[in-house]
Design a protein around this ligand. Structure first.
Ligand code: GCW
Length: 659
């Protein structure tokens, strides 16, 4: 029986799966062969397309003439598929059911091209086995963080005011969108696990199981964020010491019950000893001991621990120049290499700080060759405009994934990692992502997780072709132009040369140059009348640069070889220092802030010109956000430029207005 395609609730945007993209497939004769529930999903997709566009779907036992054959040839857990076409038939085969599903969406992406000419038989296989979204969704509304921590797209798709939201159709439609860009894992609650959320592990596991049921037909495994203190807060034990036998038994039993409810459960996500969350330190145990205890509970069931490496001191004294937040994760984790169990993934943010618009690659990624790694990026735009600004992050993620941490010619991060994880950017907003153009971030993330060395520009084009099927050249070109350079534009009007955190504390939106300069969270620019930036060299600074392997340790150590865009992350430089591009540091600050605002104004005008080519709700939503983006960009420009004019006393060489 075909599984019916989930219907989109009234008014909800189809994102990159509008009906139209199924036309090429839906007008043909399609044969779907193979048993099992995921084949029923594929069958349902093809049946819906054919019902709409006049084609025919068949489920024959033996091969028959057809335009498209989708065939499951085995029953393994491979996600790979082959695609090819001879003179008159297109064929997709897979030895595992999820592979067939991905093969179907490959055909959808190709559109008419899948049915034209001949295609040499090619195999397609995801580079990363876990392609995951972490939802920072709270079950109960948090008094400060709301329903979704750092959420800019409305409420949670999963939870509302303390309980499961039970809009299963919408969750299934979401699962379908995720599968279409290759995502295969979802964590359904916030890594900051509050009291209500903690119980999802035990007496409320049924709600998680219901979500898992909605995700399963699209090949997505469900994960849960758990609190390290669960044996105490849920089990009534006096300790959560990972080496205590009762604690270990408690986790083993609790995990057994999770698998009884959700046989294909993915595993746990854990934020421990980080920003106030409990962890193994309280018992004098290491992160490896903590992670391995959970790994032991999950191993008999095939589950994985995502143990986050986001560990640093958030109670620093700004007067103490020896503590450097950037160093913290490497200090904690590098010595533990080789100690983690096989089913532990150390989940590392791509940069050493916290999802700023520009950071170097985290040195943790190169420091644990014997540890499996998950690299974490942030699709929710906490520090990149909060989905009020256009900021397509594809190029930033791609740079991180293509970075050779042992040197430009060595293995890349994409080759080194076992998983790619993004903090999700969706909510119950009709456009899913608040800003309609932020859908491109979610799509690009999924596709990069499948193929980390993909050209992000091509992925953007792919997203465009699906989201705006049949778009005129003017529309496609316009949308591409407003997105393609938007990350660099955002960087220009916000944070110069690798300085981060010049944001308003707490909510992190809008400029505040000194917002974190004297705070316990520990991030500084150290601007004074002579210069700006953080000396992280080994020779005279915090020593952070030495956490990298060669050649990076040497490249970052010296201002003469450090790339300009990271100069102030690694060095405290005089305002008059001349960059590789010939400008002084101070002139770079002024120029980029003026340029950034101009680029936003240009993009806004370009968007306005697309009005006749787009549906009203989408165009209006983006146009309104551009008004706010332009206002905010001006505020950034004027605060940053004024701050540095006052601090340095150096006038703008071009005599522009600074306040
Ligand atoms: O960036 C910080 C966010 C916190 C978040 C934390 C983390 C979930 O401001 O809201 O907490 O990172 O990644 O754990």
């Amino acid at each position: 029986m075909p599984l019916p395609v989930p219907a989109l609730p009234e008014g909800v945007d189809p994102a990159w799966l509008p009906d139209e993209v199924f036309r090429p497939l839906g007008t043909r004769r399609v044969l779907v062969r193979g048993p099992g529930p995921l084949v029923a999903t594929v069958h349902g997709e093809v049946a819906a397309a054919c019902a709409r566009f006049g084609g025919r779907v068949e489920r024959a036992a033996a091969p028959e003439p057809c335009d498209l054959l989708l065939e499951l040839t085995g029953d393994d857990d491979s996600e790979a598929f082959t695609f090819g076409r001879d003179a008159d038939r297109t064929t997709v085969t897979a030895s595992g059911p999820t592979g067939l599903l991905y093969g179907l969406f490959h055909v959808v992406r190709l559109g008419e091209r899948a049915f034209a000419g001949e295609h040499r038989l090619t195999e397609h296989r995801p580079r990363l086995g876990i392609r995951m979204l972490d939802h920072w969704d709270n079950v109960a509304v948090h008094p400060v963080m709301g329903q979704v921590e750092r959420g800019y797209a409305g409420g949670s798709l999963f939870w509302a005011a303390g309980r499961a939201r039970e809009e299963w159709g919408r969750v299934r439609a979401y699962a379908r969108l995720l599968a279409a860009c290759g995502i295969n894992a979802v964590a359904v609650n916030n890594v900051n696990v509050h009291a209500t959320e903690a119980r999802l592990l035990t007496d409320r596991i049924g709600e998680v199981a219901a979500l898992a049921e909605a995700f399963r037909p699209y090949g997505i495994r469900t994960h849960l964020s758990v609190t390290f203190a669960a044996p105490m807060v849920l089990g009534g034990l006096p300790t959560a010491d990972p080496l205590d036998e009762d604690v270990r038994a408690w986790w083993a039993a609790a995990t057994g019950r999770v698998y009884a409810a959700i046989p294909d459960f993915g595993g746990y996500v854990v934020k421990a000893d980080s920003e106030g969350q409990p962890g193994p330190f309280a018992y004098g145990r290491s992160h490896a001991e903590g992670a391995n205890m959970l790994a032991a509970a999950l191993a008999p069931h095939g589950g994985t621990v995502h143990w986050r490496a986001f560990v640093y001191d958030h109670r620093q004294d700004w007067r103490d120049r020896t503590t450097d937040r950037a160093r913290a994760a490497h200090e904690q984790f590098a010595p533990l290499d080789g100690e983690f169990a096989d089913n532990v993934l150390l989940q590392v943010k791509h940069g050493p700080m916290d999802f700023q618009v520009r950071e170097p690659l985290s040195p943790v990624i190169g420091a644990l060759p014997r540890t499996r790694l998950a690299v974490e990026v942030q699709a929710t735009q906490e520090y990149t405009g909060q989905q009020r600004h256009v900021c397509w992050l594809g190029p930033m993620w791609s740079e991180a994934l293509r970075f050779g941490h042992e040197g430009p010619d060595g293995p890349t991060v994409g080759e080194r990692a076992s998983a790619l994880v993004a903090v999700a950017n969706v909510g119950d907003d009709p456009f899913w992502t608040g800003h309609p153009l932020a859908q491109a971030n979610l799509y690009t993330f999924g596709r990069l997780a499948w193929q980390p060395d993909a050209d992000p520009g091509q992925l953007l084009d792919e997203w465009l072709a699906l989201t705006f099927p049949g778009a005129s050249a003017q529309l496609a070109d316009g949308v591409r132009r407003v997105l393609a350079g938007s990350w660099r534009t955002y960087e220009k009007y916000t944070a110069p040369l690798g300085v981060g955190f010049m944001v308003q504390p707490g909510h992190h939106y809008g400029p505040s140059v000194d917002g974190y300069e004297y705070s316990p969270w520990g991030t500084y620019h150290f601007a004074d009348r002579d210069g700006v930036g953080v000396d992280r060299s080994a020779a005279t600074g915090t020593g952070y640069a030495a956490q990298y392997a060669k050649p990076w340790a040497e490249i970052y150590e010296s201002p003469s070889t450090c790339p300009d865009e990271l100069l102030l992350f690694f060095h405290h430089m005089p305002y008059g220092h001349v960059l590789h591009d010939g400008r002084t540091v101070i002139q770079h600050i002024y120029d980029t802030h003026f340029e950034g605002v101009e680029e936003v104004a240009t993009a806004r005008a370009l968007w306005a010109s697309l009005a006749p080519l787009l549906d009203r709700p989408r165009h209006t939503r983006v146009a309104e956000r551009y008004d706010e983006q332009l206002r905010s960009a001006r505020e950034w420009r004027d605060q940053v430029n004024t701050y540095f004019l006052r601090t340095s006393g150096v006038p703008d060489a071009r005599g522009r207005r600074i306040y």
